[in-house]
Design a protein around this ligand. Structure first.
Ligand code: SAM
Length: 357
């Protein structure tokens, strides 16, 4: 199955077709911008690095935080295991509420965009989080396949760029929030042999799928999975060199809580690297893309998984997500000192890099 495809195969496919797909000129522009902006980000990181080197106290703090994190992450493995089995029990016990949620979503299958959005809009943030977790839990077996097919494998290319933006630092730890089936977590440990990853998500079946189908022999010791809400992370301050999140933040409500958590978890100079979709306003392409999202993708999804409602939700969250400049403002508001964004594929996806001062 596609989802078993190794990252290498994925990268090969991407390399083979990335150029073709991106050769509209936007790729060159994005890469140029990426190089320039990455240099600026590196400068900011270097400055923070110098500050860290000069202030022995802060590097000691980082080392202390690392030790604490190692303990906490190790401890959390057991905790997560307990939590996971708890989650499984809870999932069984909660089947009736889950079914209610399925029914509600089923009821939206033929609904207009506004009605679909209403099912999630009206929920409190905790109820929303539960609904989202249950929805991803139901789509877990098809999640990777759908990602590849609907994005024409561009999702691999976008994640590849996200992982390239990570800069290893003193803690040796990266936290991948909303890790899903572990695509980013695995790409990080394969790209940076010196790093460990703590992969967190609210949806236990997604994490378990990644563990069972995608982690290779020898990689297990470098990835810890943990069921955790991005809004309330059970990890200490300043414990990570980088926090990554791919296609997760638009599901989080209120997202400012998750952005503040990212800031809290990073060492000074550490980076939050966030990949997310955005509404596309490019002339001609923008309307065509939103038509594809609304009209074609749910129908294709129905062929694969017999459920279209998740893709109505998918379109809602993209259309309601702020444009990159507005999201940059939110990152500044969350406390980040240096913020940049790099558009991919005419702005369908954007990489946001935010450096903690
Ligand atoms: C579109 S998937 C992305 C998964 C993965 N990062 C990837 O690149 O394929 C979104 C993920 O966000 C998770 N998620 C949604 N809200 C969350 C929250 N508040 N805290 C943690 N994870 C959350 C979902 O469970 C789901 O696995």
């Amino acid at each position: 199955m596609m989802s078993d495809m190794s990252e290498q195969k994925c990268a090969q496919d991407v390399d083979a077709q990335g150029a073709a797909a991106e050769n509209s000129g936007a790729a060159d522009k994005a890469e140029g911008a990426q190089a320039a902006e990455a240099a600026a980000a590196a400068a900011a990181t270097d400055a923070a690095e110098t500050e860290r080197r000069e202030g022995g106290a802060s590097s000691e703090r980082a080392e202390g935080a690392q030790a604490a994190t190692e303990e906490k992450v190790d401890g959390a493995t057991d905790g997560a295991a307990a939590e996971n089995s708890g989650a499984a029990d809870k999932a069984e016990g909660a089947s009736s509420s889950s079914e209610a949620s399925v029914q509600r979503e089923g009821g939206t299958e033929n609904a207009s965009a506004g009605e679909t959005s209403g099912a999630f809009e009206s929920a409190s943030s905790d109820a929303h989080t539960r609904n989202v977790s249950e929805m991803f839990g139901r789509m877990t077996p098809w999640y990777d396949l759908q990602n590849r097919v609907f994005s024409l494998f561009l999702d691999c290319w976008w994640r590849h760029n996200l992982v390239n933006a990570v800069v290893p630092g003193p803690t040796g730890l990266v936290i991948d929030m909303a890790s899903g089936t572990l695509d980013v977590a695995l790409a990080v440990i394969r790209r940076y042999p010196e790093l460990r990853v703590c992969a967190t998500d609210i949806c236990e079946p997604m994490l378990r799928y990644g563990e069972e189908h995608k982690i290779r022999a020898g990689e297990r010791s470098r990835i810890t999975t943990m069921v955790a809400d991005a809004r309330h992370m059970p990890l200490p301050d300043g414990c990570a060199d980088a926090v990554t999140m791919a296609f997760g933040i638009r599901n989080v409500r209120p997202r400012m809580e998750a952005l503040r958590e990212m800031h809290r978890l990073l060492v000074p100079g550490g980076r939050a690297c966030i990949l997310e979709f955005a509404p596309v306003s490019a002339p001609l392409f923008g309307p065509a893309y939103h038509w594809y999202l609304r009209r074609i993708m749910p129908k294709l999804a129905g062929l694969v998984s017999r459920s279209t409602s998740a893709y109505d939700y998918f379109a809602d969250t993209i259309e309601n997500f702020p444009k990159p400049a507005a999201f940059s403002e939110e990152l500044r508001e969350a406390g980040f000192a240096f913020v940049q964004h790099i558009p991919f594929t005419l702005g369908v996806a954007n990489l946001h890099i935010a450096v903690r001062g």
